[in-house]
Design a protein around this ligand. Sequence first.
Ligand code: ZN
Length: 635
Amino acid sequence: MNNNWGPLGTVLKSAVLGAFGLALSANVMADSPLKRQELPFRAVTIRDSFWAPKQKIYRDKTIPHSWQYVQRDIEDNEIAAGWKNIERGEDSIWNQANLHKVLETVAYALPQEPNPELDKKLDGIIAAIAGAQQPNGYVNALMTVRHKETWVDLDGHHEGYVAGHLIEAAVAHYQATGKRSFLDVACKMADHIYQHFIVEKHEGVCGHAELELALVRLYRATGEKRYLALAKDWIERRGKPWNYSTKTPRSYFMDHLPIRQVSEVTGHAVRTMFYVTGVAEVANESGDEGLKEAARRLWLSTTQRKMYVVGSVGSQDTDEGFGPDYDLPNHGYNETCAACGLLYFAQSMFLLDGESESIDVLERTLYNALLHGMSLEGTTSYYRNPLTDSNNPRYNIWVCCPPCLSRTLLRVQNYIYAQTARDLYVNLYIGGEATAQVAGTQVLLSQQSNYPWEGNVKLQVNPQKDSQFALRLRIPGWCHKADLSVNGKPVLKPRMEKGYVVLDRRWRKGDAVEIKLAMPVERIEANPNVKEDAGLVAVQRGPIVYGAEALDNDNRLDWSVATDPQFQVQQRPDFLGGVSTISGRKADGGQFTVIPFYALANRENSSQCVWLSQTGKSTDITNWNQKLYRAITSP
Ligand SMILES: [Zn+2]
């Protein structure tokens, strides 16, 4: 660890040393003024040189590219609505979810760049979905046009998963446009599910989680408590001896134990991440202490023992699932949707406990695992994201992942800030503006930075009237030295809470805050229990984890990093969409180059790896304090 502490001193140091752990804390009561919430995505605008161009690519390239893959799913709704008469054969049972995720993606895009044509297209598709809705409220056109009996194959039919994505898309559409057309369809479907499972007491729960977290979003959008009750019911249903049709082990579905007894994430990584996000969301909204403890246990199980350095999860090829603790092979599976799920879980844990360490995980996943899933030109993607790969270009396959990724990357706006009634959190350093109602006044916050390549951030705080509230600035877990000033005056001993600098003062229009996060290149080592990474290091600078591609390194990756690599950073605005690359010395005296992990596999075929052999690296088994990764200063 770097001991070069800035004026923030030892308070900051203790916060930083807690990275990858989670100091559990007393939580606020549900609905108290202290409750944390996201800012609505319409309240946040991104203006920077990193995310703004990327989101433009997702709007201009990814969305138009997506339509061809969901044409059949749109048509299924038109058939179910009676607008067309076509016989359908078998198809992947979860397909409607892909359409819902595309619609959600478009909903996030609309406020970013008004597009009346796209808005109208959405209206037409929503009308077809509304037409496909059955008199009892059930809607899943694929099931309807194939005459399938509803709610009988709960493990296989993914009806809860598809419904959850419908709800998430509908909430996003409502929040983006103010129109209730899609939201009304979603409410009727949620009412139908409530009737079927709670009023009529039918058995079982869907094998693919997603509905749980979606219902909490619907509850927040509508204030209807039944939806929260249904979400809680679906969480509590797991671990009961229902009579299921498949012989798959119940741990695959996180259905082997009731949630209050489970202590380890198991099974299919996407389903599990979506499930535990639902647990954290319901815990937060209901105030249920048992569920909060369960969410915290499963958070630690994930982030202290089962997460890759790039923020991916789900190492096992055989079941797309979690392996045993510390079993993190570098050729691991790492489905893109699972990384999306970890990001949602991290945000939910932040909202629950307010720890900056949750956002450390969110940021790690966002800048590395997630961005890696999408090509730089926005049309091809990865389903699997191993850390070591060989001549495996991105491909153009349409499965669950591409639209899950696009909907997530187009709502980065949601993750930058958060608030309580009298606190404003700055979680991610991304340039742009935000407005929030805090302490009885409207606050316009503007942010300028060249993050993630530089750690200098300027914030301007503009309350409509002078007002006392707390600005909480996250000190990232990777940062060991930070300097802070307010209106040009250094703040020498700021208050630190849960990894945040707390500036609780009377704010006036034009107040300026500057924070300088030192961003040296660091070598990261994995906990000695991760046998796969023994003798290896990863390169990280700021939130970006780097990887080596053979084509930058004389077509070889069998070299070692020198004991003193003398890293150098190059800003390369014209390379790979604008990145900083890092070069260093090899053990044999030559030079190596690494590029951001997310930018790997965007040129001709080449081998890639994240973990690099480090000459003379010994294994230090002391002072890990449950952490999974830490920076080292010498091998
Ligand atoms: Zn997927």
